[in-house]
Design a protein around this ligand. Structure first.
Ligand code: CA
Length: 538
């Protein structure tokens, strides 16, 4: 009798444990099921910060001849270049959270630079680790909370320094995300590569590896390595036509927004930095210049500094490629080079990112995996940073992908087997209303042919603690922009008010609302946004 009771109690306890687990750990993956293939590929994910595809020669921009990137290009030549990889929120910390979780900002909780990443949630490194991968994160982390899912990490505190950077290594108390670490002599891009190679050398060679090697460069303020001080010295960097944009790309209301090279923000921010000697070469003397000369000179200085920091990245990508070759790892390693989002290099007269325009929306993405991807491939499927995590899991043979991961694996697309149901539109949202670079909050839809953006102009969920001025608290007047990407790929002509596009606008607005809902972003919790929509939607 006693025994029967014990069995009943045990069964009851097991049931309770199961229920607690089902409800309490709904995002936890209890068991990772993997495919039977025992030769799972290594994944080496190199990501820089703010590297525009226009600054990578394989993408063929105006800068391709003057500032070639032969090593990043080599990945594309021996593998695939993806033309339309977009981020869902073009700003550093949020894009990184999307990449780790496979979830949009509204679902992973990191909408702005100030939001802390909830490290309890599932992430791609945790799943790969549970599935038997050896995992490491080296370089710029920028997600505030301690990295989880990694057997090893050594990361920059906050933004990190360009010269003699500090690195925070696993095993010590995390404390404040912007503080702590041990000084490493040298230039940051070299140091991060040294650390990546050191970890690769010391790894358990019986297991496949997943390593994230994240560079700080070419993020501002562009401090280049001393060896690149003379690079481009006597060159004239070609200007984009839209440097001389009259801001016709948006309504006149839009002209006062964004960090422009020619306008007051640039003059205030960039030239102040130069004259205060905060930039490494404070040799731009604005005295006696016409406005046009000043714009050109500012552009030259910005581009040269930026491209010098990017040159060090390319060299270091070369070091990693050599390492793979020398250690017999090339065949079975997926190597990726990308950036957390794009960057304006004077297009539309802007620097920085954040806008939904192509230059910041587009992430460079090249990848090599000789076992599965033929050389010299190009792919133009619409792919998002939310897809990275499910794609890595797919390559790793992980069959149990968490249900709340919103992206889709694009492994088949890279083999030339794009499914008929692959997405043809994407949803974008930028929350940090008027913070730092004066971009009003907006959301929008991009299809193959069009881009419709609603600048709702409200500081919703935009904590922006790090913004020094108060603009981010003040709503801006809402407005719309529409670009016909086939006729106007550079987005120079806002056709929102053109009656020829009336039906297209109507359809895009319907699709935008559908996508918003599908991705888990609803306006209903913001009465002020509903009011703005009532007044400005039609
Ligand atoms: Ca960034």
């Amino acid at each position: 009798m006693k025994n029967i009771n014990s069995v009943k109690v045990l069964k009851l306890l097991s049931l309770c444990a199961l229920i607690i687990c089902l409800f309490g750990c709904k995002n936890e993956l209890k068991k990772v099921e993997i495919s039977s293939d025992n030769k799972r590929p290594n994944i080496l994910y190199i990501m820089s910060d703010d590297h525009a595809s226009n600054a990578i020669s394989a993408y063929g921009s105006r800068l391709k001849d003057i500032a070639p990137t032969p090593n990043i290009d080599r990945i594309a030549k021996e593998g695939i270049l993806m033309e339309n990889v977009f981020c869902t929120n073009a700003i550093c910390t949020p894009s990184r959270a999307v990449i780790m979780t496979g979830k949009y900002s509204q679902n992973n909780g990191v909408k702005t630079l100030d939001d802390d990443f909830d490290k309890e949630q599932e992430n791609v490194a945790k799943i790969l680790q549970k599935s038997g991968y050896q995992t490491a994160m080296i370089g710029k982390w920028h997600l505030h909370t301690e990295p989880t899912g990694f057997d090893y990490y050594n990361v920059l505190p906050g933004q990190g320094k360009y010269n003699n950077p500090l690195l925070k290594e696993i095993g010590k108390p995390w404390k404040h995300h912007k503080k702590g670490g041990v000084k490493h002599k040298g230039y940051v891009t070299d140091v991060i590569t040294d650390q990546t190679i050191k970890w690769l050398d010391g790894r358990d060679k019986e297991k496949p590896f997943f390593v994230m090697s994240h560079h700080k460069a070419p993020h501002g303020l562009w401090e280049y390595a001393e060896r690149h001080a003379e690079l481009f010295k006597d060159d004239h960097i070609p200007e984009p036509e839209s440097l001389w944009d009259d801001k016709n790309h948006g309504p006149l209301k839009g002209a006062k927004y964004g960090s422009s090279i020619s306008d007051r923000y640039a003059t205030r921010n960039m030239l102040d930095q130069v004259t205060k000697g905060k930039w490494p070469t404070g040799n731009l003397d604005p005295a006696g210049m016409t406005h046009k000369e000043l714009v050109s000179a500012t552009y030259q200085k910005y581009l040269k500094d930026y491209l010098r920091t990017a040159a060090a990245i390319d060299e270091n990508v070369g070091r990693i490629l050599d390492y793979l070759d020398e250690n017999g790892l090339t065949e079975n390693t997926i190597i990726i080079y990308t950036s957390d989002q794009g960057q304006f290099l004077g297009e539309h007269d802007y620097f920085d990112k954040r806008w939904m325009y192509e230059e910041s929306l587009r992430m460079p993405f090249v990848m090599r995996y000789p076992k599965e991807i033929k050389p010299n491939q190009r792919n133009s499927d619409m792919t998002l940073n939310v897809d990275f995590a499910p794609t890595f899991l797919d390559y790793a043979g992980v069959k149990t992908v968490p249900k709340d991961m919103q992206g889709k694996s694009f492994r088949e697309n890279l083999k030339g087997n794009t499914s008929k149901n692959w997405r043809t539109s994407m949803y974008y949202r930028y929350w940090m209303h008027m913070a730092h670079h004066y971009n009003p909050a907006h959301y929008g839809i991009r299809t193959e042919n069009y881009k419709l953006i609603f600048f709702y102009g409200l500081p919703l969920d935009a904590t922006n603690k790090s913004s020094k001025d108060k603009f981010h608290k003040i709503p801006t007047e809402p407005y719309w922009e529409l670009y016909d990407l086939k006729k106007d790929p550079n987005e120079m002509n806002n056709v929102y008010d053109n009656p020829e596009y009336l039906e297209i606008v109507k359809k895009l607005k319907e699709d935008l609302l559908k996508l918003k809902e599908e991705t888990g972003d609803t306006d209903e919790k913001y009465p002020e946004l509903i009011e703005v929509r009532e007044n400005y939607w039609n």
